[in-house]
Design a protein around this ligand. Sequence first.
Ligand SMILES: [Zn+2]
Length: 439
Amino acid sequence: MILAIKSFMKKLMLFLLLINNAIILNAQRSDIKILKIDRKYETSFISDEIQVQSNKNNPFIAFSIALKGESINKNIDAIYYKDMQNEWQLFTTDENNYEHDAWYAMSYLDKGITKTQIKIIFKKPVQLDDVTFNFYFPKDTEYLSKQSQKEDSSVTNVKKTEDCGCSRPETIARNVWCPNNACPPNQNPVATDVKFLIVHHTAGSNTSNDWAAVVRSIWNNHVNMRGWSDIGYNFLLDRNGNIYDARADDTRGAHFSGQNSGTSGMALMGTFSTVVPSTVMLLSLENLLVWKSCDKSIDPLAIAFHASSGLNLHTIAGHRDGGNTECPGDELYDLLPAVRNNVNAQLNSCVLGVNDAILNGFAVYPNPFTEKITIDASQVDAAKLKIQCYDVVGRLVFDKTEVLTNDSLSLNLDFLSSGTYLLKVQGREKVSHIRLIKE
Ligand SMILES: [Zn+2]
């Protein structure tokens, strides 16, 4: 009898050890520390040094903070944290700060950091109730994928929707950006009839060598710090043009300043206040918008009444159109009129089979090209054209203004290296973004 119990205990211990190891190997860890403060500060608050426990195989550490206190939202001027060199760095503010008594921010720390500290500068004296710190160790995606028990297909199948002719762009499924079900989805999704497509930026870094880890960090921040049931947005996009499935499609999110019914939220990861998104990222956004417009019978050029906000909104709107925020950044916001036109042209093309270049106003041929292109502007009332060309990472390659002869223009682009470019053609009121391929 005793032997049987001993044997059972041994097996149990071994079992527990195995489970424990499996968890340690696979888990993305989230350390939460809450400081109860309950004090009034006149101009600034500096925390003690906070220890960051080391953890292997991470591309970075996502550091989120939540500040609670009466009317704190209006009274924060800036937040800083200490980096590896012990220098103060500006903490990135969460673009979804709309609660009066709370303030949220998330930045990325170097993976080797062992301690940090925060400093808050107030505009007015503030009663600070508590500060919550969250250190999230997302793990390297490559490492997690190797640890993952089952190999899932890397992308959602591309499927044509039944009701329209525009195909759903490929997206990266949740079990790929977060293996082992470590980032579970919303358990009680609320369906919503999507009529507005809201464009965001995440106000985070524009560069990363592990975007899936960034997506997991956003999940952790939204779920474990904001207390939401899932990522606030329905889709996330990275600068390489990848689209990530976030909150389930056609379910109500948490992204439009508390007025989310009837919307779908699409967020470009990065900050686009002074930088334009990369060409491939912009093209992916347009493909996503084309498919959703087609899928939900949305006219991309229309303005309509949005009941939840009580506002008349563009059907493709920026977050700032419905809330007090910089989102999606000046540069991305300024691109939205052109994005609507491109989406409309592409939608007409896939629904009706109409040539998108002509609907756009300008036709460019040949495309792909090897040496020269011709821009046909016969559908546009203009005497000269302003032409800007961007490479795949959004850098301006050239910017010129040319006079039209016989409604067209020939350009020698032999100097461009092979690849994809975004050509912005502008003649008087008309602007087109054309994807140009140099062979
Ligand atoms: Zn936003």
